[in-house]
Design a protein around this ligand. Structure first.
Ligand code: ADP
Length: 471
């Protein structure tokens, strides 16, 4: 990139400077040439007037102004020829052709009144040649031709030195441009290099590295975004570590209990059979608990594998809730809890049936588990043109306000001993929330201690609509 910026700036600078230089030199050339020609023409018209005043064009009549013509020819570093109406040369500053007849197309045309200008700028001959008619001042009849050739060498010499000087200036400017391009490209790429270095460092595992860059707005933005991303990675890493430690702890607890139970059985001899039975029943409970934690964990891990694995179908939410309630009825009956299902309409939504069933049964099961003897659980279903609304309310123990935010976190339990007694793993609501998010829905909790809890779910009716919005 450094080289790329450098070359681009240099190319741009060199091309624009060279083009400007060429344009300027060309402009000078045409301007100076035109000026020189105008000068010759103005001199010529003056001398032509003088000749015309004399009346006739003869060798003797022109002899008077010959000196003047010679001076002019010398001044213009050229030649002047005067031709009469018979095309006979009457005056020539080179003196060699006097008396001869001039056979030239321009001269013939000039006798008919048309002037001609010829300019040669190529090769060694750099000159302008004007062929002008001499008209009688009274009759206006063409009485001769005035031919003047003037050198334009001066113009081209100046042009050559101009090119030389501009060449020197261009080289000098090129050097300055090169230095500026070098500094500029370095300044532009240096912060990016630092970002790359930090990214490399972070990739090696140094997650606490941060970049702080000043200068261009975009560069500052890159460094800010990078730091935000780094913060997110750090938080993710933290929650991963916390999750691993929670998992280890949760899996270890039943193991420790089993070890204690097994040890006490082994240390004592000749124990009565009932005691063996009692201890083994406890060990069996712990195994079941361990099993439940692992099952929940696997369910959670599966859900984490992005929504690509969703098996979306048109599902009757009424039926789904009825089946779930029916399945959980025996547990509710055990605690004398009344189950109420209230449906305002038939709702069919695009959901993953297995995942949604898991999410809903977690909510209903909690409503039963954290309820009071003889309480109630009410599930209500409604919808509008866009969403399904499911409410699971209970008359249970409620959740303290300060804990309501945390209950969706993995392994979070309000009352650890009670949750343990009810067989809770602390993963149920985390699973439910994941399922809801995978359906692009939302979940809210409303609860008062010792009065009851209400969970409200809002799920979009159409899954494709939600994915189109987010993909
Ligand atoms: P658990 O397996 O412990 O039930 P959850 O993730 O399902 O785990 O719930 C987390 C905690 O939230 C529970 O331990 C419980 O303290 C509290 N909780 C969940 N639902 C209710 C409810 N309906 N009433 C009271 N407390 C609840």
């Amino acid at each position: 990139m450094h080289l790329h910026i450098l070359v681009t700036l240099l190319l741009f600078g060199v091309i624009s400077m060279t083009v400007t230089d060429i344009v300027l030199v060309q402009a000078y050339e045409s301007h100076a040439t035109e000026g020189a020609i105008a000068n010759v023409r103005s001199y010529s018209s003056k001398i032509i007037n003088k000749i015309a005043e004399a009346g006739a064009i003869t060798t003797s009549s022109t002899n008077e102004i010959l000196q003047e013509l010679e001076d002019a020819a010398l001044f213009y570093d050229g030649r002047i020829i005067l031709v009469n109406s018979k095309l006979v040369i009457v005056a020539d500053t080179y003196d060699s052709e006097v008396g001869k007849t001039l056979i030239s197309e321009e001269a013939i045309r000039c006798l008919k009144g048309s002037a001609n200008t010829y300019t040669s700028t190529s090769g060694v001959d750099i000159f302008t040649e004007l062929t002008l008619p001499i008209a009688d001042s009274t009759t206006k009849e063409v009485i001769g031709v005035f031919i003047i050739r003037a050198s334009l060498a001066d113009v081209f010499e100046t042009k050559a030195s101009l090119i030389q000087i501009s060449g020197i200036i261009l080289s000098f400017m090129f050097l300055i441009l090169f230095a500026l391009a070098l500094i500029y490209s370095y300044r532009l790429t240096r912060p990016l290099k630092r970002v790359i270095e930090t990214i490399d460092h972070v990739s090696e595992g140094y997650l606490e590295d941060k970049v702080s860059m000043k200068g261009y707005y975009e560069i500052v933005k890159i460094s800010d975004s990078f730091n935000v991303m780094l913060d997110k990675i750090n938080k993710l890493e933290e929650s991963r570590q916390e999750f691993v430690s929670n998992v280890s702890h949760e899996l270890k607890t039943p193991m420790t209990s089993m070890k204690v139970l097994a040890d006490s059985l082994l240390q004592q001899e000749n124990l009565p059979e009932e005691l063996y039975r009692e201890f083994l029943t406890d060990i069996n409970d712990e195994i079941e608990r361990e099993n439940k934690i692992i099952t929940d964990l696997l369910a959670l891990v599966k859900l984490d594998k992005k929504s690509g694995e969703m098996h979306i179908a048109q599902v009757s939410i009424n039926e789904l809730l009825e089946i779930t309630l029916h399945r959980l009825k025996p547990i509710a009956q055990k605690h004398n809890i009344e189950m109420i299902f209230e449906s305002f309409r038939n709702v069919v939504a695009e959901v993953d049936e297995v995942k949604m069933s898991l999410a809903l049964s977690n909510l209903i099961e909690n409503a039963i588990k954290y309820n009071v003897e003889g309480g109630w659980v009410k599930v209500s279903l409604n919808s509008n043109h866009k969403y399904v609304f499911i409410r699971v309310s209970d008359s249970g123990i409620g959740i303290p306000e300060e804990e309501q935010e945390m209950i969706f976190e993995r392994f979070y339990r309000v009352d650890k001993t009670r949750a343990r007694a009810t067989g809770g793993t602390g993963l149920g609501l985390a699973i439910t929330k994941n399922v809801v998010l995978m359906h692009k829905g939302s979940i809210k909790v409303n609860s008062k201690e010792n009065e009851g809890t209400t969970f409200t779910l809002r799920i979009p009716l159409s899954f494709s609509f939600t994915t189109r919005e987010t993909v």
